[in-house]
Design a binder for this molecule. Structure first.
Ligand SMILES: [Zn+2]
Length: 316
C-alpha cells in the first residue's frame, strides 16, 4: 500500500486504522499569538490536546487528521509533541484558510498561483516550518463570501500543488452557500481528479439534493461537524447520513467533529455553553449508537471511519 506522511514520518496506509479525519489539536489566531504571546498558556493547550487525543484513542482511534494551516495557527512542533506524548499517528496539512474566508495575505495577493503552489509543495516535499515533518494534504476554504479572488487563488494553487505531488485536498465549504459546487468546478478546471478532493462540512446541511449534486461531481464529503449544533443539530446530521448510507454513499463520507482541543476565537466559557458536545469522543459516546439505532449498519460506520479516510488520503 502507499504511504501517508505523519509527524513521525511516513506510515503504510494500511496502518492508519480508525481515523478521525477532521479534528484540531489547537486553533488560534496566529497573528495574535505571535504579537501577544502572554495571552496564551501553551502548557495548558498542550495538556488539553493530549487529553483529547488520549480519550479518542480509548475508542480505538489510531490516526488523527488535523487540517490546521495558515490562519489557523498550524504548528508542526506542537503537533509532534502531542503525537510523541500520546502515540497517535498525526497527519498534517498545508494550505491557507483565509481570514474571514475572503482575505489573502498581501504577500500572496501580489504573487501568482504558481508561486503559492510552490510554497505548498515545499511543505509537502521538504517539511513544515523548518522541520522535516511533511504535510500529507492541502487545505483550502470557501464560506459565505463565496469565491473571492483570494479564495480562487488559494484553490487554484492547491490544485496545482496536488497535481505536482499527488497530495489530496480538503476544502472547507459552506453548504448554505453551495460553495462545494464552485470549489469542485475550480479543482476540475485545473485537472484534479475528483477522488482527490474532500469537501469538508457538507454535513452542515440536510439538503439531500445539494449533497447528491455535489457527490455527482465525484469528491468525498465530510460529515465532520458532529457536536456543533449551531450549524445543524446532530439529529438532522444523523438522518442525513442514514439517508445517504441507504443510497449507497457510505464509502464517500467521513465522520468527524471538527473539534478543537483548544480554540482562542471565543472565551472558553462561551464554547462550553454553545457547544458542550464538541469534543473528540462525541461520535463514539453518542452519535454512533444513534446511527446504529437508525438502522445504519456497522459495516457502513466502519467504512466512514476506516476506509474512506484512507482512500481519500492514500488512494488505497
Ligand atoms: Zn476544521
Amino acid at each position: 500500500m502507499p504511504s501517508v506522511q505523519t509527524t513521525a514520518g511516513p506510515i503504510d496506509a494500511s496502518a492508519m486504522g480508525r481515523t478521525l479525519c477532521h479534528e484540531h489539536l489547537r486553533t488560534s489566531s496566529e497573528a495574535v499569538r505571535f504579537q501577544f504571546p502572554h495571552l496564551y498558556d501553551a502548557e495548558a493547550e498542550f495538556e488539553a490536546a493530549v487529553a483529547q487525543v488520549r480519550a479518542a484513542m480509548e475508542h480505538g482511534v489510531r490516526t488523527i487528521v488535523d487540517p490546521a494551516c495558515m490562519d489557523l495557527g498550524r504548528d508542526a512542533g506542537f503537533a509532534r509533541r502531542v503525537a510523541e506524548a500520546t502515540g497517535i499517528q498525526l497527519v498534517l496539512a498545508t494550505g491557507i484558510y483565509g481570514e474571514h474566508y475572503s482575505f489573502i495575505a498581501h504577500h500572496f495577493e501580489t504573487r501568482d498561483e504558481d508561486y503559492l503552489a510552490d510554497a505548498f509543495v515545499h511543505d509537502l516535499e521538504q517539511g513544515v516550518q523548518g522541520t522535516e515533518i511533511r504535510s500529507a494534504f492541502l487545505k483550502t476554504a470557501a464560506d459565505e463570501p463565496g469565491i473571492t479572488p483570494g479564495v480562487e487563488k488559494v484553490h487554484r494553487a492547491a490544485a496545482r500543488a496536488s497535481l505536482r505531488t499527488g497530495a489530496p485536498i480538503m476544502a472547507h465549504s459552506r453548504p448554505a452557500s453551495r460553495t462545494g459546487l464552485d470549489q469542485m468546478r475550480i479543482f476540475l478546471d485545473e485537472g484534479v481528479a475528483p477522488e482527490k478532493v474532500m469537501i469538508a462540512h457538507t454535513g452542515d446541511t440536510d439538503d439531500l439534493a445539494y449533497i447528491e449534486e455535489l457527490l455527482a461531481l465525484g469528491p468525498y464529503i465530510g460529515m465532520d461537524r458532529y457536536g456543533t449544533e449551531i450549524f445543524l443539530p446532530d439529529a438532522q446530521r444523523n438522518t442525513t447520513v442514514a439517508a445517504l448510507v441507504e443510497r449507497g454513499y457510505a464509502e464517500r463520507m467521513i465522520l468527524s467533529h471538527d473539534a478543537c482541543a483548544t480554540i482562542d476565537w471565543f472565551p472558553p466559557e462561551m464554547i462550553a455553553q454553545l457547544a458542550p458536545n464538541w469534543h473528540f469522543t462525541h461520535l463514539f459516546e453518542t452519535v454512533i449508537p444513534q446511527l446504529l439505532e437508525l438502522g445504519v449498519a456497522q459495516d457502513a460506520i466502519d467504512a466512514m471511519l476506516d476506509l474512506t479516510p484512507r482512500r481519500w488520503l492514500a488512494g488505497a
